[in-house]
Design a protein. Structure first.
Length: 194
């Protein structure tokens, strides 16, 4: 795990690591989340301000953002609105940790999930895993759609080329039919003259 200041935090494993940005104003809570998620193999970056967290989101490719609304409610919801408002991060999974009354605001601002505080860690870990699995499926679907779009574009080009060839063949056919009619008319004219 890494603190936003760049200092390493104990607990990250050396495999395909998924990265999580944990933002909130309660350092003790963030440190505990970071330590426990780190023990599960996540690389966790901590931020204690919405502004700093947004800079980190735009600079790095996080797999998930956890927002603890102990940071001022307006900062947390502003952060979520900024994430959803950017084309690059609009689909970035976000889980909001807040008191019960913050659920509606979190979902209205675009949270993928909301967890009531105090949060049992096993619930948080399960939801993080579920959200990341869903995000992986969505990314795979996006890649499949891009591949399908490329195939459709290639087929559209092929169709356009085939239509152009067909149009040229029709022009040639019309020209040839005209030539045949002209020859038939000349042959008919010679027969009637003879």
């Amino acid at each position: 795990m890494i603190h936003a200041s760049g200092h390493a935090v104990v607990g990250a494993r050396r495999k395909a690591v998924r990265t999580v940005l944990a933002a909130g104003s309660c350092r003790a809570s963030l440190n505990e989340i970071a330590q426990r998620l780190g023990n599960l193999g996540y690389l966790v970056v901590l931020s204690d301000s919405a502004c700093q967290a947004l800079e980190l989101v735009s600079a790095r490719g996080f797999d998930l953002v956890l927002i603890d609304t102990l940071m001022p409610e307006t900062g947390a919801m502003h952060m979520l609105a900024e994430i959803r408002g950017s084309r690059e991060t609009a689909d970035l999974p976000v889980i909001v940790l807040s008191e019960q009354e913050g659920a509606v605001a979190a979902f209205a601002a675009g949270a993928d999930d909301w967890i009531a505080k105090p949060t049992p860690f096993d619930v948080l870990a399960a939801r993080v895993e579920r959200i990341l699995a869903r995000a992986g499926r969505i990314e795979e679907l996006k890649r499949s759609n891009l591949a399908l779009d490329a195939r459709i574009a290639a087929r559209a080009i092929e169709l356009g080329e085939t239509q152009a060839e067909l149009a040229a063949a029709r022009v040639d056919r019309t020209r040839l039919l005209g030539s045949i009619r002209q020859l038939q008319d000349e042959v008919a004219a010679r027969r009637s003259a003879a």
